[in-house]
Every structure is written in structure tokens, then in C-alpha cells.
Design a protein around this ligand. Structure first.
Ligand code: NI
Length: 138
């Protein structure tokens, strides 16, 4: 485990109060833990922007009754086969499917895959979750 360094941060009272209210609802053990999370999040974002290999998850919900929708989604995923590590399909109810796709590789490729899937008519909701192996972060 690496050495812990303490450092002081100066900021306006109102800003700190807002931050404290925000982290209260998130059950952080301490303000330090919340700040550490923010820093890590920013470093993950920087890694995505740097073009280095990343990992992430694409989550989408769609109505499988929409004409041609499932074929289109499958075609796109085959096109991006190299970027996809695995995927899971859950039949939520009579109409809706949830699909979770784990991706790795160049961030631009993962983003393009997400954008292409999102643009298919009938996809109700799609989110991407950026992550890294964290070697340079933790
Ligand atoms: Ni389904």
C-alpha cells in the first residue's frame, strides 16, 4: 500500500457545505474518501481521453418487438467483435430486454460501438460506464 499524504485544501464555505450535503447522501465514511473518489474518477476520464486501452460497460434497454431491432443490434456487435469481452442478455418482461456489454480496448472504438447501438430505433436507454484496470490510479 502506498504512503498516505495529508494536504490542505482552501475553498469557499458555501462550496464545501454543498459538497458535504452531496456526500452525506452517498454514505461516504469521510470527506477524504469522497475527495479520493472524485480524483480517481477524473483520472479514469483522463485515461479515456488519452487513448490508452480502457475497459467499460455498455448497458442498454430495448423493446425486442421493434422490427429488425435485434438483427441490427447483433450486426453492430459483430462489427465491433474485437472490442467486446462478453455480453449478457436479460429478458425483463414481455417487451423489454436488458443487455450488458463489457468492452475493452481503444476508448474511441468503445465509444463508437455505444453510439452506433444508441442510434438504433427502439433502444430506449443506453449508458456507458468508463473504467480502467486502475494500475495508475489506486
Ligand atoms: Ni430479451
Amino acid at each position: 500500500m502506498s504512503k498516505i499524504i495529508r494536504f490542505g485544501v482552501s475553498l469557499e464555505e458555501a462550496l464545501l457545505e454543498k459538497f458535504d450535503r452531496r456526500i452525506q447522501g452517498k454514505n461516504y465514511a469521510s470527506r477524504s474518501e469522497a475527495i479520493r473518489d472524485l480524483i480517481r474518477e477524473d483520472l479514469v476520464k483522463a485515461e479515456w481521453e488519452s487513448g490508452k486501452d480502457v475497459v467499460g460497460v455498455i448497458t442498454m434497454v430495448y423493446d425486442h418487438h421493434k422490427r429488425e431491432l435485434v438483427n441490427k443490434l447483433t450486426d453492430i456487435q459483430h462489427e465491433f467483435g474485437k472490442a467486446i469481452i462478453s455480453s449478457q442478455h436479460i429478458h425483463l418482461d414481455h417487451y423489454n430486454c436488458l443487455e450488458i456489454i463489457a468492452v475493452s480496448g481503444h476508448p474511441a472504438l468503445a465509444q463508437k460501438l455505444a453510439d452506433n447501438l444508441r442510434s438504433v430505433k427502439g433502444v430506449k436507454h443506453l449508458t456507458t460506464n468508463m473504467s480502467t484496470t486502475g494500475k495508475d490510479i489506486r
